[in-house]
Design a protein around this ligand. Structure first.
Ligand SMILES: Cc1cc2nc3c(=O)[nH]c(=O)nc-3n(C[C@H](O)[C@H](O)[C@H](O)COP(=O)(O)OP(=O)(O)OC[C@H]3O[C@@H](n4cnc5c(N)ncnc54)[C@H](O)[C@@H]3O)c2cc1C
Ligand code: FES
Length: 246
């Protein structure tokens, strides 16, 4: 598996907001919304590749949206057009898409990354989506969602846009029981607090975990769930909310 990394050329790097970047790679990938890749654009240091969710996938290109956090993401930001990026994937299980009429997507910060590709898939299946997008400050990367979803509700922790507060507080004033399924992605504390508000069995959560291998070999991403110990990389990153001990 370690040798299954594929090499792609960076087609475009865009700055979407302060510390938020989008990388578009040239090439064709066949993946499901919610799956992720291990990325590296360096030799030995840092040792580990970094997991990023697939943001979008088109005929001849695919992209990642990420927040610059530390060593790995800073190297990604320093890349130039035509530089090489190695990716391993698609990995993990993506979002389950049932025969729904109306669903919601709920994101915290850069947790919106996997939702563009999901929204495209939902639109193809004629499933209506409301998108609740939470940010710390101002919103970003929402333009591409507009033709795909019914409504976008924005929250800002600092009150710079939309609802003043976090996205879970925003949801408290909405008729969430109308949604047949809630897709969620963001910092784990936000997901745990969401699961206390909604029906966990009608909710899918994409969890974050520190990952070393990305494919089930190192046991570095184990979590305890209601159905036993699970690896986020292999059994997730998307889990049924009913399985999560929040
Ligand atoms: C399945 C999966 C999908 C992900 N998809 C995305 C995505 O689409 N966009 C995105 O911006 N990020 C995503 N992440 C998180 C991303 O992998 C980390 O932000 C990244 O690995 C940080 O690497 P770094 O070298 O920049 O930071 P590091 O130098 O490794 O760490 C910097 C800081 O970030 C913290 N950190 C690092 N990794 C994580 C993590 N996995 N969870 C929580 N805190 C962490 C560290 O504790 C440290 O405080 C995803 C994580 C997982 C597990
Ligand atoms: S990252 Fe190695 S088992 Fe999950």
């Amino acid at each position: 598996m370690e040798n299954n990394y594929k090499s792609y050329k960076l087609k475009k790097r865009e700055k979407m907001a302060r510390g938020i970047y989008k990388l578009t790679l040239e090439g064709r990938e066949n993946a499901r919304p919610g799956q992720f890749y291990m990325l590296r654009a360096w030799q030995d240091y840092p040792l580990l590749s970094r997991p990023l969710s697939l943001h979008d996938c088109k005929e001849e290109e695919f992209s990642f949206l990420y927040q610059e956090r530390g060593k790995g993401s800073k190297i990604l930001t320093s890349l130039k057009e035509n530089d090489e990026i190695k990716v391993l994937g698609p990995l993990g299980h993506g979002f389950e898409i049932g025969n729904y009429k109306k669903v919601a997507m709920v994101s915290g910060a850069v947790g919106l990354a996997p939702f563009l590709y999901l929204a495209k898939e939902l639109k193809k299946r004629k499933i209506k989506v409301d998108f609740y997008a939470g940010f710390q400050e101002e919103s970003y990367a929402l333009e591409d969602f507009k033709p795909l979803v019914e409504k976008i509700y924005i929250s800002s922790d600092k009150g710079l846009e939309g609802f003043h507060g976090n996205v879970v507080e925003l949801l408290k004033s909405k008729k969430i029981e109308d949604y047949e399924q809630i897709y969620s992605c963001g910092p784990n504390p936000m997901l745990y607090s969401l699961l206390k508000l909604v029906d966990p069995k009608k909710t899918q959560v994409s969890l974050e975990a520190h990952m070393a291998c990305g494919f089930g070999a190192c046991l570095g991403c184990n979590i305890e769930t209601r159905s036993g110990e699970k690896r986020v990389c292999q059994h997730g990153p998307v889990f049924s909310g009913g399985d999560i001990i929040a």
